[in-house]
Write a protein of this length. Sequence first.
Length: 318
Amino acid sequence: MAVPIMTHPGIEIIGKNVYDAVTDGKVHFEAIKALSDRYPSSVCTVIMDLTVEAEAFGASVEFYKDDIPTVIGRLLPDMQAVERLEIPDLGKGRLPQYLLANQLAVEHIKDKPIWGGMIGPFSLAGRLYDMSEFMMACYCEPEGTKVLLQKCTDFLITYCSALKQQGVSGVVLAEPAAGLLSNEGCEEFSSFYVRQIVKRLQDDNFMIVLHNCGNTGHCTPAMISTEASGLHFGNSVDMVDTLKECPKDVLVMGNLDPVSLFKSGTSDDVKKATRDLLERTSEFPNFIISTGCDVPPSVSLQNIEAFYAAIDEFNRLR
């Protein structure tokens, strides 16, 4: 099996740009469908855009033609602003377009599961408060930060519930900023809140896949403690060491470098790295090969084809 986190190549296949896809749910879906038709990924995933939820709260977002948007400025200047912050409804910002993309994927792709996507509570809070300031506040004003984290969590539960009701099979919950914390800090300021989402929504037909590409191995225990059915790791961890640490009944995914390998490497580099990772992890039945994060724009299709060719070759030899 293979589940790369990959949508941008599909945008390019259909002749659109990133701005088109992140602002128009139909274009977003068409990119997902194009990749599903062309490649044998075991699951379809959506764009990992970590600005959508922050924008719904009122954060300012800067858009680019050929790259993912970014949050600019600071929505919440102090803890008094946190107290006043209202939890948005699902009609705000671009949320309706992302819900549309997921809905169309569920309606038109019938041969594989669809995983929606959303940001994690700690990463969302950091985008609203300013990440550096929020990191300091976690230790200087912990009670205030927890008010913000709970508001973020309550909103994400509502958003995730809507995705689940559309019929997606799971959600990739991206919490990369939690990798900036120690394991204890990650448990207190991230996993505690992620676990609320897991307990509320995960069941036999819907899974939460916790993604943390900021983790270098130091906060894997905190990720495990969320009880998410899937854990997705970035290229900073050793995948074999990580698999040894994770429970056998949890799907563990990762961790080929999407930038230095898929974007900057050759097809031979991709094929070799893919084959090497498969061989190193072959004794772990709960491992699913993936990219360490979202595949960026402008990755050559030859590199993607080399990834799948290496998997086919590995499976034939086995």
